[in-house]
Write a protein that binds this ligand. Structure first.
Ligand code: PHE
Length: 339
């Protein structure tokens, strides 16, 4: 029996040497010390021993148990260290490795230029007005002296929601809203989105941006319009920029004009960008039609005013030499990163 016990001790020693994980260690403990373990099995046979042998074997058995327990405790600490080392090795972070640069966002070119334009007009004493994009027919057309049979009302051009409600096709609707609410003197710009039922190509988009301008006061003349736009264009494009007015027709201004600015590439000589013209059209303008003033409750025999509307995309394209309007909306980082 004594031999058996010593054998168990030897076997336990060997098994523990080969245990490298907490699970293997636990297996070994169960195998030797557990209720159904080898040591317990031997001790069960003690009943058959004589009274003299029993205490001797009992002592040895206790010693063996103590030894095995000690070995397990010692090994436990070693296994714990071993496992921790392995885990640390696995989770090592190489702090000398180059990091990944976060991508920096940038302002969209339309935003950058719109902010510049706002600054210029704020500097001239204008304030900023807003109006809804889902607009009543009345503000988009009727009050602007655009009669029911005018081609601009064609469903081909405007998005109708109901007979009376449309997505505004021009920021001129804000002119009417401002004049209804404010008494002259009025000096506002109204930037915003407008919608037209156009197919997408390099120069058309069903959604684009306009910046409307409106000034109403006593004694406002065409000279004020020219002076304001000239100052604006020279500030935006540089002191060499020249302005040109061509007669035009808008139902809500009289007289009306289209306004060109000298080409920023050739300065007016004619080149590829301006298609040999030397000038580029950037806005529509005119003196507010007396009928429009009256409709908004402003006495046209006392007050006069001018208005203008420009396409933001067009201004930015010409300013930054961008030849395809779709680039503004594609969200292609290769394009957006250049600004
Ligand atoms: N609303 C006109 C357009 O969209 C532009 C414009 C605005 C013309 C104000 C005259 C006065 O074409």
């Amino acid at each position: 029996m004594k031999e058996q016990l010593l054998k168990i001790q030897e076997a336990a020693k060997l098994a523990l040497e080969n245990a490298h994980t907490a699970a293997e260690l636990e297996d070994a403990r169960v195998r030797f010390l557990g209720k159904k373990g080898e040591l317990t099995a031997v001790l069960r046979g003690m009943g058959k021993l004589s009274a003299e042998e029993r205490p001797v074997i009992g002592q040895i058995a206790n010693e063996v148990r103590g030894q095995i327990e000690n070995m397990i405790e010692t090994k436990k600490a070693a296994v714990f260290m071993e496992e921790r080392q392995a885990k640390l090795k696995e989770e090592t972070i190489d702090v000398t490795m180059a990091g990944r640069k976060p991508q920096m966002g940038k302002r969209h070119p339309l935003t950058t230029v719109l902010d510049e334009i706002k600054d210029i007009f704020l500097g001239m004493g204008f304030s900023i007005a807003e109006g809804p994009e889902v607009e009543l027919d009345y503000y988009n057309f009727e009050a602007l002296n655009i009669p029911k049979d005018h081609p601009a009302r064609d469903t081909q051009d405007s998005f109708y929601i109901t007979d009376n409600v449309i997505l505004r096709s021009q920021t001129s609707s804000v002119q009417v809203r401002v004049m209804e609410q404010q008494k002259p003197p009025i000096r506002v710009i109204a930037p915003g989105r407008v919608y037209r039922s156009d197919a997408v190509d390099a120069t058309h988009s069903p959604v684009f941006h306009q910046i409307e301008g409106l000034v109403v006061d006593k004694g406002i003349t065409m000279a004020d319009l020219k002076g304001t736009l000239d100052t604006f264009l020279k500030t935006l494009y540089g002191p060499e920029a020249k302005m040109r007015l061509r007669p035009h027709h808008f139902p809500f201004t009289e007289p009306s004009a289209e306004v060109d600015v000298s080409c920023f590439v050739c300065g007016g000589k004619g080149c590829r960008v301006c298609k040999g013209e030397g000038f580029i059209e950037i806005l529509g303008a005119g003196m507010v039609h007396p009928k429009v003033l009256e409709r908004c409750g402003i006495d046209s025999s006392v007050y006069s005013g001018f208005a203008f509307g420009m396409g933001l995309e067009r201004v930015v394209m010409r300013r930054m030499n961008i030849d395809d309007l779709r680039l503004f909306y594609d969200n292609d980082l290769r394009f957006l990163k250049q600004f």
